[in-house]
Design a protein around this ligand. Sequence first.
Ligand code: AR6
Length: 169
Amino acid sequence: MTRITLVQGDITRQSVDAIVNAANSSLLGGGGVDGAIHRRGGPAILAECRKLRAGHLGRGLPTGQAVATTAGELDARWVIHTVGPVYSQSLDRSELLVSCYRESLRRADELGARTVAFPAISTGVYGWPMDDGARIAVATVRETDTAVEEVRFVLFDERAYEAFTSALT
Ligand code: AR6
């Protein structure tokens, strides 16, 4: 059984096997969690992302998929980059958000990661409502068959922490 834990704080300060990054398709960095991970993890992460772009991800990483790189100087072995959907009022893109969590856990299993830290994917720049993002995150982890022992949601502020607390109970 996968244990779900909640922490309020900065995901780049976590000690886990894998840290999940809420990236964009370019894999070349951005703001939010992505910016923080590249800043604290150092240039090795970007160097590997560039190699992926020069190789099989020439057009970038599609929304809902996940790919792993080194974690550079972070206290983790891997960063798993996934691309969340931009929230839309008119289209239901929740399957893509489900896919981010599921595919990240699949990558974690391939790597043998047992502890994985996730941010609240898509709930920042990409505009996903926090309560719904939390519900999808928790439900998807519960429904996914994985060897990961601990999924730690690392929530940046109290509002996010409370949304995940309600989703969990
Ligand atoms: N630790 C944990 N959570 C964080 C941190 C942190 N250091 N920093 C922000 N958050 P976002 P998205 C929270 O915008 O919505 C980037 O530019 C934040 O409060 O990082 O998936 C990418 O390159 C929010 O709840 O990711 C993409 O272009 C959550 O993390 C785009 O943003 C996600 O916010 C992706 O947007």
